[in-house]
Unconditional design. Structure first.
Length: 352
């Protein structure tokens, strides 16, 4: 383990990519980058990170920001719950931690949205604490290094991976060590065609010795996502259209969308939409014209979204299941924080 550690640190010193968050010791900036990097590619994150830090350079600036401003800067990065949690955590740091990020993993994990991975990353990189991290890249490297040939999602394997990562993290420069593991997984020990010839820990690697690196980590096939049908309405009225906002928390919490919802079993989409508009907004609509469908894949659901243009709305808006509404011009709708399916629906409408 000592030799693996030393080899990783030597390799990282010479080969680390120059990334904006690696040029700063600021724990706040490191926390922002680690949050943005979850499930998102490095190249995608860089411009978002730079804009976010420019607009909110300190935890105080983020804590006093309007939620809409935070969402606005996040738009396009996806997984908006991360933005919501960052904002809530910034307020918590200012109110309960004197404006300084907690230095240990337990303190960090007490913040909204900070899980084991982010806590380990911030504690080790920003505060030199010997805390492990396990993300997809680290799991792949460690599974191959130690020849772990059981389902990588099983509890036993997850526990083993954290244990192995914990053994490696103990020693000097734990932050560099953790970043070396992630960097190795991202650039050398890739899912397909790992470059074992260029790997600094090849002589210690079980999968390299056995020649089955590409078969690891072992994953049992996922259950296929559930098919789901929904319908939404573009409701124009004197040059403006109706947008509704989901309440905070839950899937797509705090994001704006077109009114509508899920089509029930055996229901026709147009009839379902009238029901959903009545129940969710209190509006009755006249003619509903089908503009087309868009598809979007969530982690556990495959969504087919019917998009309608509904004329002549009557009644006053009374929300049920949404927490705010706006009648606004199409260009202002474009500027709101929205989920990917709503963006696709708006793209379809603009195309028509
Ligand atoms: S030797 Fe190959 S499989 Fe093993 S850790 Fe290095 S790149 Fe990955």
């Amino acid at each position: 383990m000592k030799r693996v550690r030393a080899a990783l640190l030597r390799w990282y010193k010479r080969n680390r990519r120059d990334l904006p968050w690696r040029r700063t010791p600021d724990p706040y900036a490191i926390w922002i980058s680690e949050t943005m990097l979850q499930q998102t590619r490095v190249e995608t994150v860089i411009p978002y990170y730079e804009r976010f830090l420019e607009r909110f350079p300190t935890v105080e600036a983020l804590s006093s920001a309007e939620t809409e401003d935070v969402y606005g800067l996040w738009a396009g990065l996806g997984y908006y719950s991360r933005a919501r949690n960052l904002h809530a955590a910034a307020r918590c740091i200012v109110d309960e931690w004197n404006g300084r990020l907690p230095e240990d993993a337990d303190g960090l994990r007490s913040l909204p949205g900070v899980g084991r991975y982010t806590a380990g990353a911030v504690a080790s990189i920003a505060f030199d604490r010997p805390e492990p991290i396990v993300d997809g890249n680290v799991a792949r490297v460690l599974s191959r290094l130690h020849g772990i040939r059981e389902d990588v999602k099983s509890k036993a394997v997850v526990d083993r991976l954290w244990e192995e990562a914990g053994r490696l993290a103990v020693g000097p420069r734990p932050g560099d060590l953790n970043q070396a593991l992630m960097e190795l997984g991202a650039t050398i020990c890739t899912s397909r065609a790992p470059r074992c010839m260029a790997c600094p820990i090849a002589i210690h690697c079980d999968a390299n010795r056995r020649g089955d690196a590409e078969a690891l980590p072992v994953r049992t096939p996922k259950t296929p996502p559930r098919a789901m049908e929904a319908a939404v309405a573009w409701i124009p009225r004197r040059g403006v259209v109706l947008a509704v906002r989901r309440p905070p928390g839950g899937l797509l919490g705090g994001l704006w969308e077109l009114p509508g919802g899920e089509v029930g079993n055996g229901e026709k989409p147009a009839a379902a939409l009238r029901r959903l508009l009545r129940e969710g907004t209190g509006l009755e609509v006249g003619r509903a014209r089908h503009l087309g469908c868009v598809k979007h894949g969530f982690t556990h659901r495959d969504l087919r979204l019917h998009v309608y243009r509904c004329e002549s709305p009557t009644g006053r808006v009374r929300l049920n299941g949404f927490d705010a509404h706006k009648w606004l011009s199409p260009s202002r709708f474009d500027a709101l924080a929205k989920g990917a399916a709503t963006k696709k629906a708006l793209g379809l409408i603009q195309g028509r």
